[in-house]
Ligand binder design. Sequence first.
Ligand code: BGC
Length: 362
Amino acid sequence: MKKFLAILASTLMAVSLIGCGSDTSAGEPAAEPAAEPATQEAAPAAETSGDSDLSTKKVGVCIYQFSDNFMTLFRTELENYLISLGFAKENITIQDGANDQATQTGQIETFIADGVDVLIVNPVNSSSAATITDKVVEAGIPLVYINREPDADEEKRWEDNKWNVTYVGCDARQSGTMQGEIIADLGLDAIDFNGNGKVDYIMIEGDPENVDAQYRTEFSVKALEDAGLEVNCLSDQVGNWDQTQGQQLCANALGQFGNDVEVVFCNNDAMALGAKQAIADAGRTVGTDIYLVGVDALTEVCEDVLSGAITGTVFNDHIAQSHSAADAAVNFLTGAGNEYYIGCDYVKVTKDNAQSILDSLG
Ligand code: BGC
């Protein structure tokens, strides 16, 4: 009984119900996402020295959570690239926000007190961006946001005030669309194992603090509908970008809906790796009686796409994004300035190109 209660408690903890359909109120991000890039205009570098000796410049980097697989790839590449540009390793400090905004805000305050020359911030709560921006701008430090996009009002403030603040990231609507297209391209006959004429799917969502979760959910389904397919959402829940939670949610859905689950959409690859395990545990076979897609193109997932254990993924280019973030930091330091939004394209990954994506990851 005790064991049962423990399992029940951990299941309840892992499961945060969102529900199917367009009403995602329980999982909506705290703030409206920026619908369009704020501007293409370059921000002037009002407060920077124009001194381009990078070896003496101090860079503070805040990551929302070190245990996130994708952000681990991102921060490793960011540090290496900063060093290749001429920054000294000892002048680059990277802090783990441990998924707690108060902790991260404290780290930002310490960076300000230490007199860093530029800050790169992956916010824990994108809804806290205005508070973070105010502190950093007041201290005269240029700021590059990454991965979790602040809302449109916040981005407009940077432009209106001509602050040295920018955002570097990809438009997650594109990744959602690509996930949907990977499934739609299979054709209804291949997908419709239960013969009800619909694509019966489950959705496993990331933490709504990153607007990527909302966009990937919405646009993956929209791509199916745009391809003329009828969809049926069996379950839509939040797995917080986490492999263990993804596995648990997928196992629960497979237990509840059995062979009716034809497609498992995961907002990222970590949760897809969890879902892959749950699918195997349920005696199902990807590509034979179920399909599974993620986003990020982690090495392990590209290998799974090649072997057929995962149907497809979408490359979330951490290399291009980390380089753009570092380049933006340099542009602020040298006085060149930046646009207020710096974008990047996703790449669809299927069996056809998974090897070349793997090769490009090195
Ligand atoms: C990635 C996820 C990651 C999240 C962190 C997303 O863009 O696809 O894997 O967990 O960012 O905010």
